[in-house]
Ligand binder design. Structure first.
Ligand SMILES: Cc1cc2nc3c(=O)[nH]c(=O)nc-3n(C[C@H](O)[C@H](O)[C@H](O)COP(=O)(O)OP(=O)(O)OC[C@H]3O[C@@H](n4cnc5c(N)ncnc54)[C@H](O)[C@@H]3O)c2cc1C
Length: 120
């Protein structure tokens, strides 16, 4: 947000473009939705709920995909600078990429969710 307020193109801050505001709105919304599901899954694990595994898999899949997508959009907002090591965004993008693989890939998370739904 600081960068979009600072970066000037076509005589105005890129934060003033409606497209930038829509991107930021979607990023914030997707992040909060993922965070809400993550906290719900954590509550289910704490309560030893019978559906804790499904909710954990749903939260892991959604939050890692949403995190990667949000950073990808942030990199896009930085334009060419996003790709360079002068700014930390490209490192965030690389760091987040592995979380769709680690601790069970997101394809495996979908298997856990799908099987649990069909067991009901
Ligand atoms: C930086 C890093 C740190 C790690 N640290 C640890 C650690 O500390 N401890 C530890 O135990 N492991 C660790 N791992 C391993 C990690 O948990 C595995 O990489 C991860 O679980 C995926 O397993 P895999 O690499 O064998 O991929 P594979 O199982 O070979 O998967 C390859 C592809 O096939 C897909 N696939 C596999 N099976 C199915 C299926 N049944 N249906 C559909 N698609 C499928 C996967 O989704 C993936 O796209 C680490 C990995 C990395 C990259």
């Amino acid at each position: 947000m600081a960068y979009t307020r600072d970066r000037q193109q076509f005589g105005q801050a890129i934060a003033d473009f409606q497209n930038t505001q829509f991107m930021l709105a979607d990023m914030a919304t997707d992040l909060e939705a993922a965070r809400a599901l993550l906290y719900l899954a954590a509550c289910k694990v704490s309560a030893n709920a019978p559906d804790k595994s499904r909710f954990s898999a749903m939260a892991k899949r959604l939050s890692t995909d949403a995190g990667s997508e949000v950073v990808n959009k942030a990199l896009q907002l930085f334009g060419g600078y996003g790709y360079l090591k002068d700014y930390p965004i490209e490192r965030f993008w690389r760091d987040l990429r592995v979380h769709s693989i680690l601790e069970g890939t997101n394809q495996v998370m979908r298997m856990i969710v799908g099987r649990d739904l069909l067991r009901q």
